[in-house]
Design a protein around this ligand. Structure first.
Ligand code: PRX
Length: 660
């Protein structure tokens, strides 16, 4: 049975615990339905109420939604606010300055708590230092940092002065970093000498140096370096500055730059089905509203909670549920530098026990890999730790198979914690379809129902609604505040990618396939319907990996597809035609390893193909189109049932069936 079939057959229902419902922000299904009805009755009034209650505005907005330039929607446009003020100052002003904002745990286990007052002071000092370097409102600052307090400080400092940050995940290569620096037009880069992961020091500054040397980003005048390890780095005297030196004499106050609600808070690159990664532009007001509001609803946030989201700040999950959402709510959160398997695969459970974490949010891939480790060694089994502090569990980034869901529920959550399986995307800014812990009866493998105000639906190829029980294309019918505003520098691509004419031009196309249950209307996500792969919850475009492969001088042609994988959800399989004779045996293994390393250098280690198959050709139709469906079957090792009579050379199917 495939993973999707097992999700669709899963019928067990887990009702919310009565005690949770009693104290929840959305206490039961009736309360949920009342919010849904409120949004239906008065869509703009509903969003305006949340925006007034959840955020602090310098200048109150008078306009809510403007659809006159659709699909370039705007929200709360004439309102003014500052994301850093909302994340820090307002809690200090309310007398909560001594509350711990971040409990930072380093790779080696060292723990550093940081209060709201401390964090505000550090953000102000760095904001002042950025201003001294001439960085101002509207400038773009790229952040290429490890998981650290300093990474959060850098993001918040940009927000404070109205500079737009663009965080690049520390696992990306110099080439990927260069492309993003160029595309976003950065004037400054914040990085670190090295990062520590799993006991190993990995370079960042030297990769950043390489990226800058590739050219096209001469506008970067300042490179500010956080000293994490003290490892040796090359230094450009006119350009490079140590973070600790630039903040040393700066005051710990800095008046926030009040910006319009539509001011771009950040640009975050993500993979699409075609071409280079897209710079997803998010607003200040709408984004921050939803990051905070979903903390309240999805995670039923309470002032005494210890929250822990294991994502990296290089991804949207780290933006919404580390840097902004928890801080905007004035919450206390754990921030972790390392990896779940170091010093052993009990690290997450040990940290939950030591920090008494109440709400834990991670990716299905991590759960699946920790299941394997726990089954092999009782010492790292969650049952060997005191996880009684946990109240709510969450997952994000990819479908969770019911087996992993049930294991997580029983072994980590002690069969008492609801699991919120949150469906959303870089483009949506925050949760879209998710259970609410005090309201929604859970079905393993289903992300259940849309949040109030979110008009998710399933349609066919022409944009018509399909009945429950029938699969189709997942769309969102009405604009919502935290949605993507545009693709940086490419508004046409924004329109084409997300509001395609084929669907009538008014529906937001998520790019996922989905089906709703006949009785409950619950959504189940069936994976991407475009050429985007999801490997360990990381989004990768097949075209990006193909372009990286064909850039290698040995490669004539390449096609990349995904294959279901027990641990990583999906794995990358590459079909490659070389300019020389098809390699076999040891030579094929050697060349496959070379190509893997090449892709690692071109994009980053996350994009390395797990499996490489060499052929003399690729299977194509008469018109020259690569038969991807056939490649997917070959990748899975399935018998070929498709019509292959049009293939020029059917023998290549046998060749492409063999892994190097
Ligand atoms: O395919 C869906 C999958 O991840 C994609 C979005 O990836 P990204 O922009 O990198 O954001 C990931 C973190 C929000 C979606 O189009 N996805 C995300 N969450 C889920 C999911 N698939 C199934 N279930 C989920 N809960």
């Amino acid at each position: 049975m495939s993973a999707i079939e097992s999700v669709l057959q899963e019928r067990r229902v887990f009702p919310p615990p009565a005690a949770m419902t009693a104290s929840a922000s959305v206490p039961g299904m009736d309360a949920y339905l009342a919010l849904v009805a409120e949004a239906e009755r008065d869509y703009e009034g509903f969003w305006a109420r949340l925006a007034r209650e959840t955020l602090t505005w310098k200048t109150p907005f008078t306009k809510v939604l403007d659809e006159s330039n659709a699909p370039f929607y705007t929200w709360f446009e004439d309102g003014e606010l500052n994301a850093s003020y909302n994340s820090l100052d307002r809690h200090v002003e309310a007398g909560n300055g001594e509350r711990v904002a971040v409990i930072f745990e380093a790779d080696d286990g060292a723990v550093t708590p940081v209060t709201y007052s401390d964090l505000l002071g550090r953000v102000c000092r760095f904001a002042n230092a950025l201003k001294k370097r001439g960085i101002k409102k509207g400038d773009r600052v790229v952040i290429y940092m490890p998981m650290s307090i300093e990474g959060i400080v850098a993001m918040q400092a940009c927000a404070r002065i109205g500079a737009t940050h663009s965080v690049v995940f520390g696992g990306f290569s110099s080439k990927s970093l260069n492309e993003r620096l160029v595309d976003v037009g950065a004037t400054a880069l914040v990085t670190s000498d090295e990062q520590m992961r799993g006991g190993k020091a990995l370079p960042l500054k030297s990769i950043a140096d390489e990226a800058l040397a590739m050219g096209g980003c001469e506008a970067v005048k300042s490179v500010i370096v956080y000293r994490r390890t003290g490892g040796k780095v090359a230094w450009d005297e006119g350009r490079d500055l140590w973070m600790h030196e630039v903040v040393a004499n700066e005051p710990d106050t800095c008046v926030p730059e009040w910006v319009g609600a539509e001011h771009p808070l950040f640009i975050l690159y993500t993979s699409g089905s075609t071409g280079k990664p897209k710079g997803v532009q998010h607003s200040t007001g709408g984004f921050l509203l939803w990051a905070a509001q979903t903390m309240k609803w999805t995670f039923d946030w309470k002032p005494t909670d210890i929250f822990w989201c294991t994502a990296d700040i290089g991804w949207i999950t780290g933006h919404s549920y580390i840097t902004y959402g928890p801080l905007a709510m004035g919450g206390t959160q754990v921030v972790f530098e390392g990896v779940p398997t170091y010093p052993n695969a009990g690290r997450f459970w040990d940290m939950i026990a030591r920090h008494k974490v109440n709400v834990f949010y991670t990716a299905p891939t991590a759960i699946r890999s920790l299941i394997k480790a726990a089954e092999a060694d009782a010492k790292v089994h969650p049952k060997s730790y005191d996880l009684s502090s946990l109240r709510i569990l969450g997952t994000v980034g990819e479908p969770i198979n019911p087996e992993a869901w049930v294991w997580y529920h029983e072994n980590v959550g002690g069969a008492r914690c609801p699991i919120v399986d949150t469906w959303w995307q870089t483009e949506t800014g925050g949760h879209m379809i998710t259970p609410l812990p005090g309201a929604t009866p859970l079905v393993p493998g289903s992300c259940t129902l849309p949040l109030p105000g979110i008009t998710a639906a399933i349609v066919d190829e022409t944009g018509q609604d399909v009945p429950n029980g029938q699969g189709g294309i997942l769309v969102v019918k009405r604009p919502w505040p935290s949605m993507i505003r545009t693709i940086w520098g490419d508004p046409e691509r924004f329109k084409k990618s997300y509001y395609p004419e084929e669907l009538g031009g008014k529906l937001y196309l998520a790019g996922d396939g989905s089906v709703r249950d006949k009785e409950t209307g619950y959504f189940t996500i069936m994976g991407r319907i475009d050429d985007v792969l999801n490997v360990s919850g990381h989004r990768l475009g097949t075209m990006e990996i193909e372009s990286a492969l064909v850039a290698n001088p040995l490669v004539a042609e390449a096609a990349v597809v995904g294959r279901p994988d027990d641990t990583t959800g999906e794995a990358v399989v590459a079909f490659v035609v070389l300019k020389r004779a098809r390699p076999q045996g040891d030579e094929a293994v050697k060349l496959a390893n070379e190509l893997r390393a090449w892709v690692g250098k071109e994009i980053g280690p996350i994009a390395k193909p797990k499996d490489i198959r060499f052929g003399e050709n690729l299977p194509k139709t008469r018109s020259g189109k690569i038969m991807r469906r056939l490649l997917r079957s070959l990748a899975k090792g399935e018998a070929i049932t498709q019509d292959v009579s049009t293939l020029e050379n059917p023998a290549i199917l046998e060749q492409l069936g063999e892994s190097a």
